[in-house]
Design a protein around this ligand. Structure first.
Ligand code: GDP
Ligand code: MG
Length: 439
């Protein structure tokens, strides 16, 4: 995937002019990745047209290589495709969730409530699902776990009445999240019902919750909900699975809305605000594209900063220094667990992570913070070549960082383990790689 896109881009290396054939090759790889990620064909085609016409018609800024210029256009058009994050002011509001059965509404309600609580607001969940037995208990339990207010009534079978009473009961909350029963657009009775709930609640925003695995039908579902209640934002759930969530883009397009949140697991903390960069990287299965395109901006500003030039791919080729490890840790802070970061490096996705020893990438947050402090106490020479760090240097670094010597040994161990792991991949031919990826 990302590997072949990278390849097509690399073919542009050293060229000063771009011809149609070059652009076609890049566009073909992007199409392949996006279609595999379930992005709607029409969206992919219109993106392709924009990239092609811009790459051939527009003049690159002075001093920018053809490769960097195309990369920049690709990135800008992808941002245009996925959109910005839904605007969510941190103020009093009521949000209603809608979507199919099992799409993740109830889980998302609790996650969003938890998220708002971390922003200093007081959230409450109002549970109006009277269809599913157990909906009340599930929702109440998740609200408890998120430590937020909850209203529901297991003995009442009119969701409109529950909604009305729920609004009264949660008056002291800042953010009210109204969960609804699952339904699809073809069920007229249930669509009429959600229209009545929406009239009663009069929410500030309706969010459509979509499973990342939702493919082509996302579009028609979105249209039905849009007609019934109006959709102001989309939540994509289950992105911790193999699906990349590209199907949801058709829903975004259809409702003329944006993506608000991403769900990445089953616990109440497994929620992220949508950010275009990370999502694009996931869609393409390619490392941080934005970082790469910043080269063009730097050329425009005519500034050079060695340190900013770090590219995860360099790590796959040369020595693995403590600087690389530091960058990995920073990247992790921005992107999530290292296993996911590794997934984004071309050729390292999918099954390869499963082949690693369990503890190879195990860096807990606390250790990571300690490692950062320790690295700040190390010299450039030690960072470049950690092998020189012996007993007396460990003592010095421990004094300088205020961390126990044991932690410094752990850091050195961790570095060695990561280095060894990467060496294994470097030693591998493409054929070995392919075989591993297929497993
Ligand atoms: P609802 O029917 O729309 O309310 O969906 P639920 O919130 O009950 O979720 C359906 C199932 O999907 C449950 O088993 C959830 O634990 C699971 N689920 C929801 N969101 C996520 C997610 O982001 N990741 C994973 N792995 N599972 C999720
Ligand atoms: Mg539910």
């Amino acid at each position: 995937l990302g590997k072949s896109l990278r390849g097509a881009l690399d073919d542009l290396r050293g060229k000063s002019r771009i011809d149609e054939e070059d652009v076609d090759a890049v566009v073909k790889e992007i199409q392949r990745s996006l279609l595999q990620a379930d992005v709607d064909v029409d969206l992919v085609m219109s993106l392709s047209d924009s990239i092609k016409s811009r790459a051939l018609d527009e003049e690159p800024p002075q001093g920018t290589s053809a490769r960097d210029w195309v990369l920049r256009i690709v990135y800008e058009e992808l941002v245009e495709l996925v959109g910005e994050s839904t605007d969510l002011p941190l103020e009093n509001q009521t949000i209603m969730l809608a979507g199919l059965y099992g799409s993740g509404k109830t889980t998302t309600a609790a996650k969003m409530a938890w998220w708002f609580s971390t922003k200093g607001l007081r959230p409450a969940i109002i549970q109006t699902d009277t269809d599913r037995p157990g909906a009340y208990d599930q929702s109440k339990e998740m609200a408890d776990r998120a430590e937020v207010d909850f209203y529901g009534d297991p003995d009442e079978d009119d969701p409109v009445k529950i909604a009305r009473e729920g609004l009264e009961a949660t008056e002291s909350a800042d953010v009210r999240i109204v969960d609804t029963a699952g339904r699809d657009g073809l069920n007229e009775e249930l669509i009429a019902q959600i229209e009545r709930i929406e009239q009663e609640v009069n929410p500030d925003r309706n969010l459509l919750v979509l499973d990342a695995a939702m493919g082509q039908s996302a579009k028609s579902q979105a249209r039905d909900f849009q007609e019934a209640i109006g959709i102001e934002g989309v939540v994509i759930t289950k992105l911790d699975g193999t699906a990349k969530g590209g199907g949801a883009l058709a829903a975004v397009d259809e409702t003329d809305s944006t993506i608000a949140f991403l769900g990445t697991g089953e616990t109440v903390q497994d929620i992220e605000r949508f950010e275009p960069d990370g999502f694009i990287s996931r869609l393409l299965g390619m490392g941080d594209l934005k970082q790469l395109t910043e080269r063009v901006e730097r050329a425009m500003e005519a500034t050079q900063d060695e340190d900013e030039d770090w590219d995860p791919e360099d790590m796959m080729e040369g020595e693995f220094t403590l600087y690389d490890m530091q960058k990995q840790m920073e990247a992790m802070n921005n992107m999530g667990p290292l296993s996911q970061v590794m997934d984004m490096i071309p050729g390292m996705g999918g099954g390869i992570m499963d082949q690693l020893p369990d503890n190879a990438m195990d860096v807990t947050e606390e250790r990571m913070r300690d490692f950062q402090v320790i690295m700040d106490s190390m010299t450039e020479g030690e960072m470049e070549n950690p092998r020189v760090v012996g007993k007396s240097r460990i003592e010095r670094i421990a004094r300088g960082s205020g961390k126990p010597e044991e932690r410094i040994r752990e850091l050195l161990e961790q570095h060695k383990m990561m280095e060894r792991t990467l060496k294994q991949f470097q030693g591998m031919g493409d054929a070995d790689m392919e075989r591993m990826m297929k497993q």
